[in-house]
Design a protein around this ligand. Structure first.
Ligand code: F6P
Length: 322
């Protein structure tokens, strides 16, 4: 079946580079003679029919902008039977042959629901958490890590000046990828991630004391939000080591900002792959990065894969954080 109309939406937590993906999909699709409809606020707009026609100029000057020009949401209504039914109606009414969904794990589940109700979708992974199992890389991850590194470098300046310990919580839900990479990049004395069970005495206190004995006077500890105990850990470090500890929760600053080169290039490549897949394939597919190549998976397969944490890198990282 030839494709005449597609919808495009961004859903879940926004991620830098979403705009670059919207631009790539819109431009290549229009160039291929396909009409593109921008759906606002993710699945909310798909349920309520909040849709605008996109053209080549709608996506001008957005490649480098953070956030998403289509807005985003986490829509509980969409998960209900009525929500899906309304969304399917809107797709039919607007004669959408397919919907391109840009988002994370929650958005991928929404794709499955749409697909099961006869709506073809192409999923593009975009979340700073980098926790979509079928891809080694999600749009936004690189920018979030770079923002985190910049912030921790600033914290280090003050920690160093006052011989303090800076305990920093980074985002990532149950995924430790952001924490691991930032931890390596800032030379953290301890890195805690949800994937690896930790022993507070062995993995934090002993490490701080050991490096203290070999002359270190300021410390950075990076904790993934999925570990859940940042405040307590900071106060316990102070009690047990005598080093003044301060905690910082980086929070939503990690989701903002202009996408890095890596995010712009990957978002553009994934966006173009989405359009090519729409034209060349006839099924719903999930775009992914595998061994540095942009590939596609079936939606079920994508949902069934298990995310691998780089445990070898984690173990190696701690060897040089002394
Ligand atoms: O999924 C992206 C993310 O930023 C997570 O890292 C974080 O746990 C969550 O979203 C925060 O969600 P919200 O902005 O809805 O509070």
């Amino acid at each position: 079946m030839s494709i005449k109309n597609i919808g495009i939406l961004t859903s879940g937590g926004d991620a830098p580079g979403m705009n670059s993906a919207i631009r790539a999909v819109t431009r290549l699709a229009i160039e291929q003679g396909i009409n593109v409809w921008g759906i606002k606020r993710g699945y909310i707009g798909l349920r309520t029919g909040d849709i605008i026609e996109m053209n080549l100029r709608t996506v001008s000057d957005i490649l480098h902008r953070g956030g998403t020009i289509l807005y985003s949401s986490r829509d509980k209504e969409f998960k209900t039977e009525k929500g899906i039914k309304d969304a399917v109606e809107v797709c039919k009414k607007n004669k959408l042959d397919a919907v391109v969904v840009i988002g994370g794990n929650g958005s991928l589940k929404g794709v499955k629901d749409l697909m099961d109700n006869g709506i073809r979708c192409i999923f593009i992974p975009a979340t700073i958490d980098n926790d979509v199992s079928s891809t080694s890389y999600c749009i936004g991850f690189d920018t979030a890590m770079n923002t985190g590194v910049e912030m921790v470098d600033k914290l280090r300046d003050t920690a160093r000046s006052h011989d303090k310990c800076s305990v920093v919580e980074v985002m990532g839900r149950k995924c430790g990828d952001i924490a691991l990479n930032i931890g390596i990049a800032v030379g953290a004395t301890a890195i805690l991630v949800p994937e690896v069970e930790y022993d507070f005495q062995r993995d934090v206190i002993k490490r701080i004391k050991y490096t203290q004995n070999i002359g270190r006077r300021h410390f950075i500890v990076v904790i993934a939000e999925g570990c859940e105990k940042t405040m307590e850990i900071a106060s316990q470090i102070q009690i047990e080591t005598g080093v003044q500890a301060r905690f910082t929760i980086l929070g939503h600053v990690q989701r903002g900002g202009s996408p890095t080169l890596r995010d712009r290039v990957l978002a553009s490549t994934m966006g173009m792959k989405a359009v090519k897949t729409l034209i060349e394939d006839s099924e719903s597919r999930a775009i992914a990065v595998k061994c540095d190549r942009v590939v596609t998976y079936g939606i079920e397969e994508s949902l069934n894969l298990k995310k691998q944490f780089n445990i070898d890198l984690y173990k190696e990282a701690l060897k040089i954080s002394i």
